[in-house]
Design a binder for this molecule. Structure first.
Ligand code: F6R
Length: 268
């Protein structure tokens, strides 16, 4: 795991967008795994700016979102479909046919639908770069504590904590979905490269448990320790619970000289 520390949330946004844009320029027909939620919002904003002002071409990019609330249609104002359109897709040039977000309106044959989502990822050649946020309970996607670390795309029941966090974006009196369709931990671990973003004090404990705790289904993000190409990009508040901060800083200093513009992966 390469732990990259930056000052604050705007710096996370900029650095995350820089990494994604760099990968897109290296491989224009890249397949990206994307997350919804507040964490990557600023990254999407910066990618839109790079598209508009610096010619970042996304025309050959294919995307797969991690998850969607079960029961919400793609036009529902609180759906991840709508979120992704408003935050990103409506402002860049990724063709609609290359965008995939799980369908929250699936009402039966969940297994068949989820297996097809997995097959469409495989048909696209697998995910090259998966962007992740992290929940306060350490979830990635909606892989709540006790999810199998080998899990595939499926329907998951959300924890009370996740439902309460989601309530922030739902209107008063509006029912917050209790289930979601989510890629599994096994699905996520098959991505060739993973970028986990964390910003703000609310993520401090989850980040510490994910990065330095034991690998456990109780903190599903800890499974990322098993993946050889993970960058964990954190602001100071999200990183504050880490025990080895000195070491991560040392790695950043010593490797910046080796790979100008980007820390090398000497801490893997
Ligand atoms: C969203 C997702 C979730 C979020 C996580 C953090 O697609 O997969 O795992 O990344 O719940 O949410 P925010 O960023 O809103 O704190």
């Amino acid at each position: 795991m390469l732990v990259v520390l930056v000052a604050d949330a705007p710096a996370v946004d900029r650095e995350a967008a820089r990494i994604v844009a760099h990968r897109v320029r290296e491989k224009p027909a890249i397949t990206l795994g994307l997350a919804a939620g507040s964490t990557p919002l600023g990254m999407y904003r910066e990618l839109i700016r790079l598209h508009r002002e610096e010619g970042l071409d996304l025309a050959r990019v294919t995307t797969f979102n991690l998850d969607e609330y079960l029961g919400l249609s793609s036009s529902h104002p609180r759906s991840f479909h709508r979120f992704m359109r408003e935050a990103f897709f409506d402002h860049v040039n990724i063709p609609a046919t290359q965008i995939h977000v799980p369908d929250g309106t699936v009402a039966d044959d969940f297994e068949g639908y989820c297996a097809e989502y997995e097959r469409s990822i495989a048909r696209a050649g697998g995910i090259d770069l998966q962007v992740l946020g992290i929940g306060r309970d350490g979830h990635i996607g909606f892989n709540e504590p006790t999810s199998s670390l080998a899990s595939r795309t499926r329907v998951k029941t959300l924890t009370r904590a996740t439902i309460e966090d989601a309530r922030r974006v739902f209107r008063e009196g509006e029912r917050v979905p209790e289930c979601a369709i989510t890629m599994g931990i096994g699905t996520i671990l098959e991505a060739r490269e993973i970028l986990l973003l964390g910003a703000g004090a609310a993520k401090r404990d989850a980040v510490a448990r994910a990065v330095e705790g034991p690998v456990t289904a109780s903190v599903t993000a800890s499974a990322l320790q098993l993946h050889p190409q993970v960058t964990v990009l954190l602001d100071r508040e999200a990183a504050a619970g880490l025990r080895h901060l000195d070491y991560y800083e040392q790695v950043m200093r010593t490797t910046a000289a080796l790979t100008p513009g980007r820390a090398a992966r000497a801490s893997d």
